[in-house]
Design a protein around this ligand. Structure first.
Ligand code: GTP
Ligand code: MG
Length: 219
């Protein structure tokens, strides 16, 4: 599948509350992972836009649900990373509630790209997330980030171990990705296009997060 030409990639809004999500008529994919896993860098690499999404050496940079409008037809959604120790518990819980509400209810959400640092082994937290996503009937695309940090020779072993850990969640397939070398960009775009252009993933889901026409930031 050819990578689409990104004619337009525009930051639309940062939503700290569900009422502020755009009206959900465009197919969208969300990107989630541990804080500092490389979400914002991956989005910039996918979209060929260096500074579109703020990246940072300091974890916890992304603090609300950030919407980007791509070629006028899709939304890409950058979620706040989980697991950042420096964030006060109350704030963390508020983010998690917002994210859970979003992931559970957003009708136009076609898939969740879950990012895992390729150098780490996923733990109970990741399995819990995958199981919740499955419970909400979400398609999960698992991406192993910062692939450039591992030698090719280390990869097959690492991949086997990650696969073993994620087996209870039914995840068998991964995309190795590097924002630095652009490795995995074509493969990930292939998966994204198949969900964005395919049938709606969750047509029966409650739609209370999609405000009626004319009420929100639809543009
Ligand atoms: P938060 O929004 O703060 O949770 O982080 P994030 O997941 O958006 O991560 P971000 O893209 O800001 O990247 C975090 C750090 O990892 C930065 O220092 C990036 O330069 C680095 N990084 C991201 N992707 C890659 C990659 O593919 N390879 C390498 N070597 N470094 C990367
Ligand atoms: Mg970020």
């Amino acid at each position: 599948m050819a990578i689409p030409k990104i004619v337009e990639a525009e930051f639309i809004l940062s939503a700290p509350k569900p009422e502020q999500f755009p009206k959900g008529i465009r197919p969208e994919v969300a990107f989630w992972g541990r804080s500092n896993v490389g979400k914002s860098s991956l989005l910039n690499a996918l979209l060929n836009r260096k500074g579109l999404v703020r990246t940072s050496a300091r974890p916890g940079c992304t603090q609300a649900i950030n919407y980007f409008l791509i070629n006028q037809i899709w939304y890409f959604v950058d979620l706040p990373g989980y697991g950042y120790a420096q964030v006060p518990v109350a704030v963390k819980e508020k983010w998690l509630r917002l994210i859970a509400t979003y992931l559970e209810n957003r009708t136009s959400l076609r898939a969740v790209v879950l990012l895992l640092d390729s150098r780490r082994l996923p733990g109970a937290e990741e399995l819990e997330i995958i199981s919740r996503l499955r419970g909400w009937q979400r398609q999960v695309i698992v991406v192993l980030t910062k692939a450039d940090k591992l030698k090719k020779s280390q990869r097959s072993r690492q991949e086997r171990e990650i696969a073993t850990r994620l087996a209870p969640g039914g995840i068998e397939e991964f995309i190795w990705f590097s924002a630095l070398t652009q490795e995995g960009r074509r493969e990930l775009w292939g998966r994204l296009l198949s969900v964005l252009q395919g049938p709606a993933a969750n047509p029966g889901a409650a739609s209370r997060l999609d405000p009626p026409a004319g009420e929100s930031g639809e543009r």
